[in-house]
Design a protein around this ligand. Structure first.
Ligand SMILES: [Zn+2]
Length: 215
């Protein structure tokens, strides 16, 4: 799951618009941003196995970002952080926390069993990555649903629809680039690339949704 995670960002924005879009966009990938940093630091581990279908990532060690207790901790921390740092209303802060948690739920669908239920415990994952075409269809379908929800909200509020179209176009472009990009390379570079892409998409989300939503 890559751009599909942003469906949760868009849905959260549609349901609770008082949080800026970028907090939902960074939130939905927060544990992957942490993962990229920890992979660069050599704390979490991944190897590239080109024989794997769908995604060539063998994510054999990522307890601090992708175990269930870790994700709960990241989600709570994010909610408290946006509440304190951005003075968001509690409900909006809770939705940012839910966006963070949604990452794990969507990862559960696509990952091969590499998500620990407890530190060092059983690993789960339904493995949709093993079926690349349906996997891509699910990601794009989720984005379409999230975008429709956000567009509906903006239309109802009399706001322009171009930010929805622009943001979705960026996501589709990123997904296509990710699909055709050659795999391989070193894993630290992989972590750095992931963090850079997530931050740039966060920046774009900030740029397209800068206006304060109507109270
Ligand atoms: Zn992930």
């Amino acid at each position: 799951m890559f751009v599909g995670h942003y469906a949760a960002s868009l849905a959260a924005k549609a349901i609770e618009p008082r949080a800026p879009l970028w907090t939902y966009v960074i939130g939905a990938q927060l544990i992957d941003i942490g993962w990229g940093g920890l992979v660069m630091a050599g704390v979490e581990k991944v190897r590239i196995d080109e024989s794997l279908p769908g995604s060539s990532l063998d994510l054999f060690h990522m307890p601090y970002t992708h175990s269930l207790p870790a994700v709960i901790a990241w989600s709570l921390a994010a909610a408290v952080l946006v509440r304190m740092g951005l003075k968001l209303p509690w409900r909006a802060a809770v939705f940012v926390g839910l966006a963070v948690f949604s990452h794990w739920v969507l990862d559960l669908v696509v990952h091969r069993p590499d998500l620990e239920l407890w530190f060092g415990g059983e690993k789960v994952g339904f493995g949709l990555w093993n079926y690349p075409v349906p996997e891509q269809a699910v990601e794009i379908g989720l984005i379409a649903l999230g975008a429709a929800a956000w567009a509906w909200l903006r239309g109802r509020n009399g706001q322009a629809l171009w930010p929805v179209l622009l943001f979705v176009a960026v996501l589709v472009a990123v997904q296509i680039i990710a699909m055709v990009m050659p795999g391989g390379g070193d894993t630290a570079g992989l972590g750095a690339t992931a963090v850079a892409i997530y931050l740039v998409i966060g920046l774009i989300a900030w740029a397209v949704d800068r206006n304060k939503p109507a109270a």
